[in-house]
Design a binder for this molecule. Sequence first.
Ligand code: G3P
Ligand code: CA
Length: 252
Amino acid sequence: MTQSIRDRYEAAHDDGRPLIGGHRGNPAQHPENTLRSFRSAIAAGCDLIECDVHLSADSRLIVIHDHTLDRTTNGKGLVRDHSAAELRRLDAGQGEHLPLLQEVIELALGKVGLVIEIKQIPIPYPGLEEKLVAMLRQLGAVQECAVVSFYHPSIKVLRGMEPKLQLGLLEGARPIEPARMMREAGADVYSPHWGAMDPQLVKEIHAAGGAVGVWPVDDETAVAWCRFCKPDSIFTNRPVEIGAALRAATPG
Ligand code: G3P
Ligand code: CA
C-alpha cells in the first residue's frame, strides 16, 4: 500500500516504535548504495531506506556515498568528473553498478520510504536541488521520499521549492538550540549522529512539531541509548540484526 513518509512517521509514533531505516541499504551483507543492498533492506522489513546522491559530469543524479570512486568501486577520481555512462560501467561490488537515483526511487515507491541524502559539501553541485525536485515530481514520489543534508542551506532552498517534501537536517554535534535550527531551515526532521542525541533534544524537537532520526545505530550501546531517548527513526548499517533487536524491544 502506498504510504507517505510523513504518514509512516505518524503511524510508528502511534505504535510506540521507531521506524527502521536501512542506511545505504543493507551494507552489512551487500555492497553499499547498490540496488542489491536496497532490495535486501526492503526484504529485511525496513520501513525506510537511505541513499547518498551526487551529480555526474553530465548532471545525472547518481547514488554513491563518497565524492570519490576509489573506496566503493574499481574506478578512480571524483564522481563529478565522470559522465553517468562512465560511472555506470564501474563495478561497485558483487557485479553491481552504481544506481541512478531514478532506479532507487522506482524500487522504493509503494514499498518503503526513501531518504535521499544530498552531498553538497565539500564539493558543491550547483542545480542539484532543482533536478531532484523535478525528478520527484515527475515520478510522483514527492510524498514517499525525504531529503536530508549536512548542508543546511540546501534544505532551506528545497523548502522554498516544495512544501510537501519531508526535509531533514543532518548534524554531527549537539547544538544549543536544535529546534531553532530545524525551524529556520523549514525542516521536519532533525537527524543527528545517535551519540549527539539526548532526551532533552528529543523533547525539544517533538515540542517544535518535528521528528528525530538517528544514525548509524549499529551496536548494543547505540540500541540501548535509542531505547532510552526514544527517537522516531533509526538508521542502521545492520538492518537484519538491529531491526530484530529494536522490534523485540518495543511494544506491539
Ligand atoms: O543518514 C545520515 C547519514 O547517512 C549521514 O552520514 O556519512 O553516512 O552519509 P553518512
Ligand atoms: Ca548518508
